[in-house]
Design a protein around this ligand. Sequence first.
Ligand code: CA2
Length: 144
Amino acid sequence: MSKIIILNGPNLNLLGEREKEKYGNITLKDIEASCKEYAQKNNIILSLFQSNIEGELVEEIQKSRNNQDGLIINAGGYTHTSVAIHDALKILNIPIVELHITNIYNREDFRHKSLISKTATGIICGFGSEGYVMALKGMVNYLK
Ligand code: CA2
């Protein structure tokens, strides 16, 4: 059984409430339910964590170094700014998937730079909320 954690950063708790044209009308709860269903069917022990606070995300990443086999992260706006999250991810010896709902490369210039990408085994972006289950599938395959 693989242990995988999905981390979500700032504002992603508001999915489905605002900016639906960009992020869709599916809530984070819906996304998490789909991921849990996929995990159950595929023998994955899944942990889910969302925070709007950079330090809490850093703490959770640090904890993952000893008890997870893979980490999936949508760091939200911190993707483009957080050296602390980059540094925490660098410490890990497990595969990392960087995930974005939108294609950050066809949006504003300031979203084109990701501090996460260099630490990532793979990246999924632009497939909407479907990307979460895609990331899980990719991770499971990679861990085999
Ligand atoms: O496309 C993604 O998944 C992003 O990581 C989402 C972040 C954005 O800063 C990144 O550049 C790309 C923003 C998440 C904000 O989510 C909201 C959800 C509902 C209402 C408002 C914002």
